[in-house]
Design a protein. Structure first.
Length: 80
């Protein structure tokens, strides 16, 4: 289910071009799905690392470069 939710988020909020930081993606994902807003939630536990893993897998599937050592992804940006 989480993979499907990330796919929905990516379709609606991520677009090609530019760059973004892994923390921006996690924050945007949490805003998009209110149930994940609180990282400490017992009902819907989800760490930023898990969101980052989903984003990395999605980013690879799009043929974009890997994350930089500073945490930036090139070729994708958040469409607010």
């Amino acid at each position: 289910q989480l993979i499907e939710e990330f796919a929905e988020f990516a379709e609606r909020r991520l677009t090609s071009g530019g760059n973004c930081h892994r923390s921006e993606v996690a924050q945007s994902f949490r805003r998009y799905f209110a149930k994940y807003r609180d990282e400490e939630s017992e009902e819907y536990p989800l760490t930023n690392l898990e969101i980052e893993k989903l984003f990395r897998a999605w980013n690879r599937s799009q043929g974009n470069p890997e994350m930089s050592s500073a945490g930036f992804f090139t070729g994708v940006r958040i469409n607010q």
